[in-house]
Ligand binder design. Sequence first.
Ligand code: FAD
Length: 289
Amino acid sequence: MRGFELVHPGSLADAIGLLDTDDDTVRPFSGGTALMLMMKTGVFRPSRLVHLGRIGDAYSEITASPAGGLRIGAMATLSALEHSPEVIRVAPVVARAMTRLANVRVRNVACVGGNLAHGDPHMDLPPVLAALGGSVSVAGPQGTRDVAVEKLFSGYYETVLGRGELITDVVLPSQRGWSSAYLKCTTRSADDWPALGVAVSLRIEGGAISEARVVVSAATEILTRLTTAESALTGAAADESTFARACEAAAAEAEMVEDARGSADYKTQLLRVYLRRALTQAVQDGAVS
Ligand SMILES: Cc1cc2nc3c(=O)[nH]c(=O)nc-3n(C[C@H](O)[C@H](O)[C@H](O)COP(=O)(O)OP(=O)(O)OC[C@H]3O[C@@H](n4cnc5c(N)ncnc54)[C@H](O)[C@@H]3O)c2cc1C
């Protein structure tokens, strides 16, 4: 590994200033779990890493918003998400998803912002946040903007973040009345990266689904909302036959990628099975009150 500079700015503005450069080997560093793997294997050789650990305590906080949602600082660890009473109350599906993400050593160090900014379609958190209608707050040299999590990714390991831009927070709207579930399928060890991740969020009124979000990840090149499956669900009864139609729509719509964890056809079949299970689980778990 070649030498590099490690800097610890004391404010968000200083961090953005240090990152505002044409040199794409200058990168922000939160937990470092993804960066270190890339550096050890020689895929990435930084000239400077800008550690975000001292930009301010507010960026590690998880707070309930007055409207009933959540604001999650980008420097909150995945363990903090897993154990936060606010997350468990407002968006229990997020806390549950963390329990099967990597292992406790990774979760104690990895941060929400790094998990989202890495752009790896195998990550568990982005599909869950997308299904919940989450967005990220982004700060950069040109100011601040909000980006929906479902629009954050522009390609395989690519995001829409521009030069010098940092994710500062994740914002989740109130989940009252929404029933959600996330399931992943690992085809090797139980704590392996997923071959498929599927997140669903349903609003059910009088036995019928009034709104639906269905998000697939890991098996696709980029996190993808399955809008034909959502259309098959919306307005229909929350029952087995509706779920079967939605699963067929999802299987026809999703563009699966073949890799070491299975062929595209195999992953399409996984989607049929896991989407039905996720929909059933969301109904069984009931709505957030
Ligand atoms: C053994 C192992 C097993 C794993 N298994 C899983 C798994 O099952 N499921 C899963 O989802 N993940 C898994 N992971 C991945 C893990 O979740 C990620 O490595 C982690 O979430 C990345 O967060 P980090 O804070 O460590 O990011 P870092 O490594 O610090 O950064 C990752 C990328 O994001 C950029 N970045 C960091 N913070 C910001 C920010 N605030 N704004 C903009 N850019 C930023 C960095 O420059 C870098 O490009 C595993 C990792 C390991 C090591």
